[in-house]
Design a binder for this molecule. Structure first.
Ligand SMILES: Cc1ncc(COP(=O)(O)O)c(C=O)c1O
Length: 370
């Protein structure tokens, strides 16, 4: 039986066109872009082009505002630690209780070092408590780090509104968002749509580029101190020889995702609806989460499923569910690493209640698999 992978929030397969674009940079154009001779300079140009492609996909920002990293975890660490080290006169950070550990653990580490952290909660629908956020803003606030879409519930947080409020309260506040689950899936224009976002993280392997490459948008003028020292690469913001093939792959993947976004979205939505229907027919003891918020607030690729109250969890069936030709392995990559990311934390209810989220994520390559 052919397996159709449906856990596309955890990772995605490298798209064939991405793989093709990367190939020459392993075996032919493999030069160190920092070297002076001509072929190496060409490799450097390829990186510059990739940076420009990504900058254009994010609202035609200045390519210099893109910093290449190894993953979203590194981007988040760079953003938060870099902001803290670059602005030592402020020691208060606002984040949410439902961030990925790549944000939460960094905040906790800063907390251990004397920073005050406000953790903003979410309601029963997974939506951020905006009044609590507004109340948390204070004169010493250094940084806000709130994710764009939650990797478990798919709920999108109103980053445009939150960043505007933060800047209107105090233009000195730095606003970071972890957009790992939205870049390549939603339209993100950092000039028109999100002018108050200073730092934005994302990762290649969530959008059909390989694992091992990510990026951080750093708006011009944002004080964010580098912590990878030892070389002049990335304009001195991240030392270390550039991962040329993967950077090329990231640019190719993002431009392909943006080019096909509307078409893919419609297709994925159809697949999601079909899966939801089949699942609720075949397993009566699970239910879908009611979409009290408009479906536009959920990235279309997420199908959170819940055990009905009073029903046993059909763990084995859920784990290796065979429906028509589809076998879905349920579960999320972050759940083991982040014990707080249980239902209680994600949906703002007491822990260990009778419902358990199990997201299933379709990806843009699924239409090729059918
Ligand atoms: C919201 C969010 N942030 C960060 C990460 C970490 O990404 P990476 O694996 O690229 O470090 C993930 C990955 O699951 C994620 O979903």
């Amino acid at each position: 039986m052919k397996i159709i992978y449906a856990d596309n929030n955890a990772t995605t397969r490298v798209a064939p066109e991405v793989y093709e674009a990367m190939k020459p940079y392993f075996t032919e154009d493999y030069f160190n872009p920092s070297s002076m001779y001509e072929p190496a300079r060409q490799t450097g140009h390829a990186i510059a082009e990739a940076r420009k492609t990504i900058a254009d996909c994010l609202g035609h920002i200045d390519p210099k505002e893109i910093l290449f990293t190894g993953c979203a975890t590194e981007s988040n660490n760079t953003a938060i630690i870099g902001a803290a080290h670059g602005n030592l006169n402020r020691r208060h950070i606002i984040t949410s209780t439902v961030e990925h550990p790549a944000v939460l653990e960094v905040c906790r580490e800063l907390e251990r070092n004397g920073y005050r952290i406000s953790y903003i909660g979410v309601d029963r629908d997974g939506k951020l408590n905006v009044p609590e956020f507004i109340q948390a803003l204070s004169p010493g606030t250094l940084l806000v780090s709130i994710m764009h879409a939650n990797n478990e519930t798919g709920v999108i947080f109103p980053i445009d509104q939150l960043s505007r409020i933060a800047k209107q309260t105090d233009p000195g506040i730095i606003f970071h968002t972890d957009a790992t689950q939205t870049v390549g899936k939603l339209s993100i224009d950092l000039v028109q749509g999100y002018p108050y976002v200073d730092l934005l993280s994302f990762s290649g392997h969530k959008l059909h580029a390989p694992k091992g490459v990510g990026a951080l948008f750093i708006r011009r003028g944002t004080r964010c101190r580098p912590f990878m020292l030892g070389g002049h690469q990335e304009e001195g913001r991240r030392a270390g020889t550039e991962n040329v093939p993967y950077i090329i792959g990231l640019a190719k993947a993002l431009s392909a995702a943006m080019e096909n976004r509307e078409k893919d979205e419609a297709q994925i939505e159809k697949l999601r609806d079909r899966l939801e229907k089949i699942l609720s027919e075949k397993i009566p003891s699970i239910r879908q989460r009611q979409r009290r918020t408009p479906s536009a607030e959920h990235p279309q690729h997420i199908v959170p499923l819940y055990r009905r109250r009073g029903h046993a969890v059909p763990v084995e069936r859920l784990r290796h569910l065979r429906i028509e030709r589809i076998r879905v392995h349920l579960g999320i990559a972050g759940s083991v690493a982040c014990p707080e990311s249980d239902e209680g934390a994600v949906y703002g209810r007491p822990r260990f209640r009778s419902v358990q989220p199990e997201p299933v994520q379709y990806g843009r390559r699924h239409r090729h698999d059918r």
